[in-house]
Design a protein around this ligand. Structure first.
Ligand SMILES: *[C@@H]1O[C@H](CO)[C@@H](O)[C@H](O)[C@H]1NC(C)=O
Ligand SMILES: *[C@@H]1O[C@H](CO)[C@@H](O)[C@H](O)[C@H]1NC(C)=O
Ligand SMILES: *[C@@H]1O[C@H](CO)[C@@H](O)[C@H](O)[C@H]1NC(C)=O
Ligand SMILES: *[C@@H]1O[C@H](CO)[C@@H](O)[C@H](O)[C@H]1NC(C)=O
Ligand SMILES: *[C@@H]1O[C@H](CO)[C@@H](O)[C@H](O)[C@H]1NC(C)=O
Ligand SMILES: *[C@@H]1O[C@H](CO)[C@@H](O)[C@H](O)[C@H]1NC(C)=O
Ligand SMILES: *[C@@H]1O[C@H](CO)[C@@H](O)[C@H](O)[C@H]1NC(C)=O
Length: 426
């Protein structure tokens, strides 16, 4: 655990995006140092052969650093992803998901109408798998196996992303212009680990061990993980919710959130309001001690949490997926919030609020099927940076869960829910 006690008073600011003109020279220097450290790490990683390519649409996407035959075999996957995903039986694919695999998804708007999605899950061999989607060609990439990380079988997985240029004082150039996708998981020692996938447009992807990995953070047994940059949440041994966030002094600091979800609660972290998304705000969704869904939001990293309960009890340890969409296109727009969970006959229920009239709950269409026992339901909450802000649109309103071992994708268009299909795992 980090000793936050003597740091917290002087360092409560989460490292979130600020307009460049407001940056102090001290902060610029800091980020130059961070950049230099990152470069050193990249070089070291390259020397030890830890740099793996996972470029979207590259047919040789699989990490090549392992002699594990199950991972090398996946590098031979076809470079033309099947447009009919459901025709491949997931159980026979080397990239099939572990039966109670966690699923983590992140994404970003690349323009006001196009977007990218990156989704992680755990294979039957325990390795993390990564698959990407870009709306410009409307196809999923081949699956990449991340053979570096040592992931506990059944580990929770959480992911977020950011455009790294917001952290550099200098102008955008080919060296600092990349999207970093962070994936968090638990290793075989039960410690939180972070793996960074840095996607450079038009160049090789770098994979690095993340800065949280050396801290030895240990969530309680069977804790979930949830993240929205720069915040990561988990339950501790006493089932209290802990938040670790990356600060302006480029350290991870841990603080209790003063929230006690029920034991082994599913967790989600989504955007609370458009203006809060770039100030360390957040909306923490969990299951309370009375088994009810609960949402606690804050407008910035330094304001206190405000509870907002949908007043619906859900089965103990039900999976919970959530996302939010700006209600209008104003900069301080409130969010429409959607929460998916699994009822006691295993069907999917949707609890949402999209006006001032409060929360409502309905059954998902029958086509949604029943999520497999023990899997996640996870929804896509896009990142929000000034260059690629949240859009008041439903294109990215998607959720994922396992049905018969396959990752099913469902979407909402602002009025109807429907099944997109199964994510093609090859
Ligand atoms: C940064 O990457 C974006 C996305 O690929 C690209 O459009 C832009 O031209 C790049 N800018 C620089 C300075 O490399
Ligand atoms: C990141 O954001 C900068 C603006 O801050 C933009 O110029 C650049 O194209 C973006 N890079 C990517 C890879 O999206
Ligand atoms: C990352 O670093 C931590 C400690 O700093 C180490 O325990 C872990 O094995 C490393 N992970 C990888 C994938 O190299
Ligand atoms: C954690 O989950 C595993 C598998 O579901 C279960 O066997 C174990 O008892 C759980 N541990 C605790 C402390 O609940
Ligand atoms: C929840 O976890 C705490 C701490 O591990 C334990 O003392 C308590 O008995 C658990 N409660 C239930 C209902 O399992
Ligand atoms: C559970 O959800 C399904 C639809 O997803 C619905 O058909 C079923 O009636 C629900 N069961 C209960 C007990 O509410
Ligand atoms: C939503 O579904 C209803 C009933 O199936 C249909 O009438 C309506 O056109 C759909 N709305 C949209 C926006 O597709």
């Amino acid at each position: 655990m980090i000793d936050a006690s003597n740091k917290i008073k002087v360092d409560t600011e989460a490292a979130v995006e600020e307009p460049l003109p407001q940056r102090s020279t001290g902060k610029k220097k800091l980020w130059i140092i961070v950049g230099a450290v990152v470069l050193v790490v990249v070089v070291v990683a390259a020397v030890v052969g830890g740099v793996v390519g996972s470029r979207h649409h590259n047919s040789t996407t699989t990490a090549s650093t392992s002699s594990d035959p199950s991972s090398t075999s996946s590098s031979t996957s076809s470079s033309t992803p099947s447009p009919k995903p459901s025709s491949t039986p997931a159980s026979t694919s080397p990239n099939a998901a572990y039966s109670s695999s966690s699923i983590a998804v992140t994404g970003w708007w690349t323009t006001t109408s196009s977007y990218s999605i990156r989704l992680f899950y755990q294979g039957k061999d325990g390795h993390l798998r990564l698959i990407g989607y870009d709306s410009t060609d409307g196809m999923w990439s081949t699956v990449t196996t991340l053979t570096g990380p040592d992931v506990k079988l059944g580990s929770p997985i959480a992911t977020c992303n950011y455009n790294t240029t917001v952290y550099f004082g200098s102008a955008v150039n080919s060296g600092n212009n990349y999207t970093q996708i962070d994936v968090f998981y638990v290793d075989n020692l039960g410690q939180i680990q972070e793996w960074e996938v840095q996607e450079h447009p038009g160049a090789a992807t770098n994979n690095l061990n993340g800065t949280i990995s050396s801290l030895g953070l240990k969530p309680g047994p069977n804790s979930s993980l949830a993240t929205y940059w720069p915040s990561l949440i988990f339950q501790d041994d006493l089932n209290q919710l802990q938040e670790t966030y990356f600060t302006t002094s480029s350290k991870w600091l841990q603080n209790p959130l003063n929230i006690s979800p029920q034991n082994h609660s599913a967790l989600a972290e989504i955007v609370y309001s458009v203006s809060s998304a770039r100030k360390g705000g957040g909306n923490f969704i969990y299951q309370d001690g009375d088994q009810k869904l609960q949402a606690e939001g804050r407008s910035s990293s330094t304001t206190s949490l405000k509870a907002d309960a949908p007043a619906v009890a859900i089965p103990s340890e039900s999976p919970i997926g959530a996302f939010s969409v700006p209600r209008n296109s104003q900069t301080d727009s409130p969010m429409n919030t959607y929460i998916l969970w699994q009822n006691k006959t295993d069907g999917v229920q949707i609890t949402w609020m999209d006006d001032d009239k409060g929360w409502q709950t309905t059954s998902a269409p029958d086509s949604f099927g029943n999520p497999d026992k023990g899997t996640d339901i996870t929804c896509l909450m896009p990142s929000a940076f000034s260059f690629t802000p949240l859009q008041s649109k439903y294109d990215m309103a998607r959720c994922y869960y396992l049905v018969d071992g396959r990752i099913r994708e469902v979407k909402y268009d602002g009025s109807n829910w429907s099944v997109v299909g199964n994510v093609p795992l090859g």
